[in-house]
Design a protein around this ligand. Structure first.
Ligand SMILES: Cc1cc2nc3c(=O)[nH]c(=O)nc-3n(C[C@H](O)[C@H](O)[C@H](O)COP(=O)(O)O)c2cc1C
Length: 323
């Protein structure tokens, strides 16, 4: 019997390496794919030449299926569609903060599907998961607010079973999963597979600055915060000077007065933190599960350990005592 996620995507293990801006480039994506998972390029808003370059670079490093992230804004979708139709990655991974646009999704997904490309949509609400299914998505990722990067107001524990009940396409759990315990919990809640982001930031193949990796390894509980919630774009990152400044702006002023300033500050923050390694004045967007990550490892080791741990937990669950 084969797993529906594996069957749909043509992969060996039901694990997705989530797309991460400034963080999941060709070396990590190819490493995840070569280990049997699905790697996804985090180039959702990148210029077309970078999208093409990253796709071609990934192809040099792996002959397995991989995904390309696209942010569902009309101008981005329109711009990148010709590149995707020419390059034909196996998977397009669409993401949106809230309110997946139904018409735009149908218009975008239809030619991709006709070209044989599979569609994954990241949903942060039940409504978006339903829209994804109605728009032709093959798989939906239900991402809860424990995760790194932009998040939902719902926890994975609560969002996931609701999405599982609401759609008939397979569901991938995301947000707060970094080991086999998390994977087993996701399966118990009805997921057919999992997505991890933060765990892969601490892989050997991830190209982020070593300061960012060290900041994630040093992260303790209660040290991640949500910023940009005031403009309905909540984003999880490690608390630092940058997040303190953003939160002070959000708390001390009416939103309308500071929205432009917030966006201007936020724009380069991921490059400054993840790429340049300034983990004080930039953003390290790791999730709330980071404290259980203790070392830098090859992506293949992360994937294989999660699966081995999960299998062990599921096997042991038969001996759980209910009285
Ligand atoms: C640094 C960082 C950048 C991210 N950028 C994106 C992105 O551009 N597009 C997207 O769909 N998700 C993005 N995400 C979310 C991940 O794809 C994934 O859903 C999330 O990391 C899963 O939760 P976890 O971090 O608890 O594993 C990002 C996450 C991180 C940590």
């Amino acid at each position: 019997m084969s797993n529906i996620i594996c069957k749909t995507l043509g992969i060996e293990k039901p694990i997705i390496q989530g797309p991460m801006a400034w963080s999941s480039f060709a070396p990590l994506v190819a490493a995840a794919c070569n280990a049997g998972a699905l790697g996804v390029l985090g180039i959702a808003a990148a210029p077309n030449d970078l999208v093409r370059e990253q796709i071609q670079m990934t192809r040099k490093l792996t002959d397995k299926p991989f995904g390309v992230n696209v942010f569902m804004a009309p101008e981005l979708v329109e711009r990148v569609l010709p590149v995707l139709l020419e390059e034909k990655p196996a998977v397009v991974y669409a993401d949106v903060l809230f309110d997946l646009p139904a018409e735009l999704s149908k218009q975008f997904f239809t030619p991709l599907k006709e070209a044989g490309i599979k569609i994954i949509v990241k949903a942060s609400t039940v409504k978006d998961a339903i829209t994804a299914e109605q728009s032709g998505a093959d798989l939906v990722v239900a991402k809860g607010w424990e995760g790194g990067g932009h998040v939902t107001p719902e926890a994975t524990m609560t969002l996931l079973p609701q999405v599982v009940d609401a759609v008939s396409i397979p569901v991938i759990a995301s947000g707060g999963i970094a080991d086999g315990r998390g994977m087993a919990a996701a399966i118990a809640l009805g997921a057919d597979g999992i997505e991890m982001g933060t765990a892969f930031l601490c892989s050997e193949e991830c190209t982020i600055h070593e300061n960012a990796k060290n900041a994630i390894l040093a992260q303790k509980d209660n040290e991640s915060v949500l910023i940009m919630g005031s403009i309905k774009e909540p984003c999880r990152q490690i608390r630092n000077r940058f997040s303190d400044e953003v939160i002070a702006l959000e708390n001390d002023h009416p939103v309308k007065e500071v929205e432009a300033q917030l966006r201007e500050k936020f724009g380069p923050c991921l490059k400054i933190g993840m790429h340049d390694g300034d983990v004080v004045n930039g953003s390290v967007m790791s999730g709330a599960i980071a404290p259980i990550i203790t070392k830098i490892r090859p992506a293949a080791d992360i994937i294989d350990t999660v699966i081995a741990e999960c299998k062990e937990i599921i096997a042991k669950s038969n001996s759980f005592s209910f009285n």
